[in-house]
Design a protein around this ligand. Sequence first.
Ligand SMILES: *Cc1c(COP(=O)(O)O)cnc(C)c1O
Length: 499
Amino acid sequence: MLYQSTRNSAAKVEAAAAITQGISRDAGLFVPESFPRISMDEIAAMAGEGYTDRAKRILSRYLTDFTEQEIASCVEGAYGGGKFADPKKAPLRKLDDSAFVLELWHGPTCAFKDMALQLLPYLLTVSAGKTVKDKKIVILVATSGDTGKAALEGFKDVGGTQILVFYPRDGVSVMQKLQMTTQEGENVSVCAIEGNFDDAQSGVKAIFTDREIEEKLKAHGMLFSSANSINWGRLVPQIVYYFSAYCDLLAKGELQPGDSMNVVVPTGNFGNILAAYYAKEMGLPIAKLVCASNENNILTDFIRTGTYDKNRRFVTTISPSMDILISSNLERLLYHLSGNDDRMVVSLMDALQKENQYTINDEMKGKLQKDFFAACCDDHITKQTIKQVFEQYGYLIDTHTAVAVNAYWQYIEQTGDKTKTVIASTASPYKFPVSVLSALNGGEVKTDEFEAVKTLSAKTGTQIPAPLASLGEKQVRFESACERQNMKQVVFDMLGIEA
Ligand SMILES: *Cc1c(COP(=O)(O)O)cnc(C)c1O
């Protein structure tokens, strides 16, 4: 299996190189040159297995330059220990006859990013061993909250790596900030940026592409890599849980082999829903992919009209991990929809950069709308959905999952489709306790986040996840903040390199 760049189909590399590099030199993203098929017989056999064995099967189709033993040790390292609070890793909860919630937040940081970021450090270490022997890998992350913590937790004390996370000082929740500033581990650093997420993100990008810094790192036996969802090593672990959900439905007798299911995904950077699309391309019988957005509904408009238009207001919502106007992984879907037309992708991305918008042709739009349905809702409806789901099913969901549930309700109202549906639940409700509590109370919540956590638990009879329960007692290790123009210096300081 080889990977090609979305901006140059001729640039082909093996999985290890794709994962180590993170992004292609032509700024394109690596995609598999074809999709391996998994037969229904094999899927039915997987129904009798646990999550780790299911993961090994999927990964071995894509990481063909890894040995079976390497894949096994990566997967067992990530999911085998006690890092996930639920033995099933990604358990499925039944809401009613057709709706099932796939809980992806039982990892150490209580958000779905753990599903991939617990595995990525292992994949990256093996990949680097095959491609760039004996170099120290330096991971730089700009985060709006969840990715930073999940990456820190994944890379902490991983030999041969060092990680530095930049977060916008006033752009993350109290919980998210504390999760990062109390991070343990010898190879980790965290620094706040005076500015917003875009400042952090463009600062990190500038460092990544600075030749002088690259040379300096090289002289010290180091190189940069990315833990962002542009890295293939973050996408491939996410394909696994869609297969796993289908297998669980088979095992419970909810589906018979060959039956279809729908999938609903609360979407930001388009990584999670793209993984579901890949599962479908591999033969998993997914009928519809429902793309759920908050008030930043650029994807809803795109799927409905074929025009991606960034000329709009950025809205800060109570589902902050979906507050995004440039969904980087959409580039991969454009490549597939165009029949691997790299020139088409380059011209669409050019248009996005120059005119802030692009429109796909009718053929691509037809394919897009055949597979995808899109819906969005604002904060008010998000809160109403949390309350209604709790009252109707006695089940507590977070703000991101609520956007997905509401999109599902809009979908069935419009189509009447009774197909069994898996709704991806991307965060524990305890990560956003003030918003969730105010949704249940129907009013403003005056207490701080820690009080809200306790009140939420008492009110709903649900358990506080251990990593969040102990957060208040942890020692803050990282208090520094810097101006955007000083990020370079912060990187050098952390690495012990003279500027
Ligand atoms: C990152 C994140 C999302 C969005 O996922 P994408 O892969 O970027 O589309 C949704 N919900 C939560 C809680 C997240 O952390």
